[in-house]
Design a protein around this ligand. Sequence first.
Ligand SMILES: Nc1ncnc2c1ncn2[C@@H]1O[C@H](COP(=O)(O)O)[C@@H](OP(=O)(O)O)[C@H]1O
Ligand SMILES: [Mg+2]
Length: 503
Amino acid sequence: MFSSSSSSPSPQPPSMPSAIFNKKFHERLFPWSLKSLDPAEKIPDSYIVTEVTEDVLSHTCPDIYKNVTDDQIVIWVDPLDGTAEFTQGLLDHVTVLIGVAVNGEAKGGIIYQPYYNYQAGQGAPLGRCIWGLIGLGSFGFTREVPPPNQNLITTTRSHSDWVVTEAVNSCEPTEIVRVGGAGHKVLLLIEGKVHAYVFASKGCKKWDTCAPEAVLCAIGGSLTDLLGKPILYHSSVQRRNAGGVLATVQNHQWYVDRIPQEIRENFVSDIPSDEMLQSKQQVAEDSVDSAVTSRVQGDLGSSVDPPEFDKFFQSTQPSPSSLCVPNPHPVPSVYPTLTQFLQSTQPSPSSLCVPNIHPVPSVYPTLTQFPLCTQHSPSSFSLPYPHPIPSVYSTLTHFLQSSQPSPSFFSLPNPHPVSSVYSTLTQFLLSTLPSPNFFSLLNPHPVPSVYPTLTQFLQSTQPSPSSFCLPTLTQFLLSIQTFYLSSTHCSADPEKGLARQGK
Ligand SMILES: Nc1ncnc2c1ncn2[C@@H]1O[C@H](COP(=O)(O)O)[C@@H](OP(=O)(O)O)[C@H]1O
Ligand SMILES: [Mg+2]
């Protein structure tokens, strides 16, 4: 990296945390790299690489490029990909990327990894250069097949949010590999260390993906946006990858299909330029995707990027009919915020998912507060099984008692690990009118005290439930008999005490 400033009399290295950035180490590896350049100054001859790499020249350029002219080429350069990791001393995440696009498509790429082997000890060659050209292949690395029966997914280490995490989770990873740099992540792909690179964010730029895409695609892989549409690289395209990034060596469509609709809706594919459309039409007039054409007709000229995900939800009317929260959510504070959002939208979502076992216990009362204050309350509501925080059941019951109308369907785990939930539930059932028209319990029930309590409920409700599942009458009577027999020896048990009161 070179500084563009010309005023400083004594050249300074780029500003970095001194505890992390080891200047001496860096100077030893790259003595030239910390010197600032005066733009007016002629680039010293020693900076210019004049050697040719025989290995590269031994290849023949494919015929498809023979008629390419300069105006069809755009070169995308990222001088330091993996910047955040570089400042944190994770040097092998850093790459230098040079991508060559022809007619808006990534065709050639160089991924230079300057610190490759930096921890391998003296004698190991430092740095390596991987390059590829579509139609020719990719070179400078050993291609490996990723481990079978696994699904290793790489994604950002330093630019994550809940959408990024949700998209990765929806691809059913057996392991998530969080590393820095788009170039580095594609190296993991081509070397068989991961199966896919999923990044549901608009943060990545064209210079992050052009070279990696060419290297990956030259060995038969794919790099597209999250919708499976091509990323475009002509000079007038917007710099951000507003459709996100999805890269694989194989099974690309499987990953595209896993991305949930509510995430897809917030990403926008690149719009082909007029020239690209024209040339495509010339090649195969009927093959131009009609969806792309209609988007071009509708959006052409709009350079305003869609609002960020959260702002989008807050500003749309009507609010989404379904909403998912990742599991576990990396930003605990999102939960109250989410509740605030739900409370303020009309109408509220008809379905709401909460992760199962939620790492932030406080989400449960907050969430319960939400249905209490919304009109209408959700018609269906599910909780994890078994729930690790027993108190959620009583809170939930509180909600159920106060909502009108009460849910028409109510299910509990089978068997329930928190036996006191049965009496709480009965309290609810006793106090609601009309009582639920469907009610199920397991058969036979492992908590004998549930039967008398339940009987108490049934005796007192009018009308009684129209459907009711229990063991056969004989088993039921036997269960009660067993309970009475056992309760005479266990009268200190508060649950059984309660059951006896109801007798
Ligand atoms: N939210 C965001 N804001 C800015 N840049 C982002 C971003 N998310 C990703 N990027 C850019 O995309 C590249 C890959 O991201 P990541 O390393 O997190 O996977 C990084 O390139 P640079 O390191 O060259 O800046 C990073 O800057
Ligand atoms: Mg970058």
